[in-house]
Design a protein around this ligand. Structure first.
Ligand SMILES: *[C@@H]1O[C@H](CO)[C@@H](O)[C@H](O)[C@H]1NC(C)=O
Ligand SMILES: *[C@@H]1O[C@H](CO)[C@@H](O)[C@H](O)[C@H]1NC(C)=O
Length: 446
């Protein structure tokens, strides 16, 4: 009797739960799927809505014609894109057309083609904003084609307001032949200039996004005399032993953000030179390379002005330096309000380094030896916060400041650096550095 009751109870439960479940699979299940689909649609819509211009175009589209970028494809102006034909004239024609467009213009370099472009300058002012959309590859010509009187750049944008350089494409500097001919590599050779692959000069409201720079002849990218700049998601790749191939060089530029960049090169990943003000860099991966560097400042007795620099979230891998500030003896001016924070070091040779007695003995253009001089660039308000990882040499922290103008108001906080080999303790040196605060710092300093 009892067992029959159990069987009945089980059947009852089956009726109660299984049948509705089966029914749900046929009706409700489809219902959930359609809900998902609808949710999917909604998230797609939310995405498009988050791009304000699209939304605005749509809304306007209901009333007036949507304002569209006028497109100027270099191929329509005669570019061949076989990697051999000189496409410089076609690029210049396309630029002239884009730059004189009264609507916002896009100069398109289409994908899956290699465009050989010789040294050239794209100049403004333009009538409207211009987007240089690099989806294909720009390849540099051989070294012999360079004008002897002007070896210091490859592609320059000058005086262009509201310029955007973006796209999935690559600039390939074909730098190998230049590196072989560098007096830094072959001491028997005379020192000559070598091109910066992408030079952005006097461009206000500038954006550079997503492009890739490969094997530049010398510096990969240089931003000079600009204001209001965003550099985002840029990839830079050159061998660790390529000479002077700085990743991103910044000088005399105000209000600049550098975000999500991955830089592997033979010199500084980012070099911050005089005249840089209000710089915020975040999520930078660097290595190989010489690290993230403010300076060198004050060379040839010059005056430096650098202020309000933040390097936030960086990952440095096997670089010669990590967070670095360097200045020559004999300089003037200041570098102040500089913060390096949330940085991970992996076998970095000089993870934290301030060097006010910088002397580049390998720099062929500088007098040697570096004489003792009394004036110096004043370094103040400098913070190193939450910096962790391994040093590639025993000395993890080096604060080598000026005898005459010691660096002051330094803060070191939550620093933990160990010597990578055998996990042994790292050391520090400290000369003429006045710390405001030193909290939770390993190795101990000053
Ligand atoms: C410092 O720079 C940041 C980032 O560029 C900026 O938002 C901030 O306003 C600047 N601070 C001062 C005091 O200029
Ligand atoms: C520098 O930092 C100080 C103190 O942290 C602040 O009062 C000042 O506004 C900052 N100046 C600049 C130019 O960022």
């Amino acid at each position: 009797m009892a067992s029959r009751k159990v069987i009945l109870a089980v059947l009852f439960l089956l009726l109660l739960f299984i049948f509705p479940a089966i029914a749900f699979a046929f009706t409700g299940g489809m219902h959930t799927e359609s809900v998902h689909r609808r949710l999917g649609e909604r998230s797609v819509k939310a995405d498009t809505l988050s791009h304000r211009p699209v939304q605005r175009h749509r809304k306007l589209g209901q009333e007036t014609k949507p304002p569209q970028d006028a497109e100027f494809n270099v191929v329509s102006y005669g570019a061949v894109g076989d990697g051999k034909t000189d496409d410089t004239p076609a690029f210049q024609k396309a630029w002239a057309a884009a730059c004189s467009s009264s609507n916002p213009a896009t100069m398109l370099v289409p994908k899956e083609k290699d465009f050989l472009v010789k040294q050239t300058t794209f100049s403004g002012q333009c009538k409207s904003s211009v987007r240089f959309k690099l989806d294909g590859t720009l390849v540099a010509p051989g070294r012999s084609t360079w004008p002897k009187a002007n070896m210091n750049k490859w592609i320059m944008f000058s005086n262009v307001d509201k310029l955007t350089v973006s796209g999935e494409g690559t600039m390939d500097g074909k730098g190998e032949v230049w590196w072989k001919n560098s007096c830094r590599v072959n001491k028997n050779l005379k020192c000559t200039k070598a091109p910066t692959a992408l030079l952005l000069n006097k461009c206000n409201h500038l954006k550079v996004e997503n492009i890739r720079l490969l094997n530049s002849q010398q510096m990969h990218m240089s931003v000079k005399d600009c204001k209001d700049v965003v550099l985002k998601h840029i990839t830079i790749i050159a061998p660790g032993d390529s000479p002077n191939t700085d990743g991103i060089h910044i000088a005399r530029t105000k209000d600049i953000q550098v975000m999500d960049c991955n830089i592997k090169t033979g010199d500084d990943c980012i070099s911050i030179e005089t005249g840089t003000e209000n710089l915020y860099a975040s999520k930078i991966t660097c290595g190989p390379g010489h690290g993230i560097s403010v300076g060198s400042l004050g060379d040839k007795n010059s005056e430096a002005r650098v202020s309000n620099i933040t390097i936030n979230k960086a990952h440095l891998i096997g670089t010669t330096n990590g967070a670095r500030i360097k200045s020559w003896q004999g300089g003037k001016g200041y570098a102040k309000n500089i913060t390096f924070e949330d940085i991970i070091m992996e076998k970095v040779k000089n993870p934290i380094i301030i060097d006010q007695n910088y002397c580049d003995m390998d720099d062929p253009l500088m007098p040697k030896p570096c004489k003792k001089q009394t004036s110096a660039v004043e370094l103040s308000n400098i913070q190193f916060k939450n910096i962790r990882g391994t040093s590639g040499t025993k000395e993890a922290i080096k604060l080598d400041c000026s005898d005459t103008i010691p660096c002051h108001d330094l803060v070191l906080q939550d620093v933990k650096l160990t010597f990578s080999r055998h996990g042994k303790g790292a050391t520090s040196t400290c000369k003429n550095a006045k710390l405001k605060k030193s909290d939770n710092v390993i190795p101990k300093t000053c």
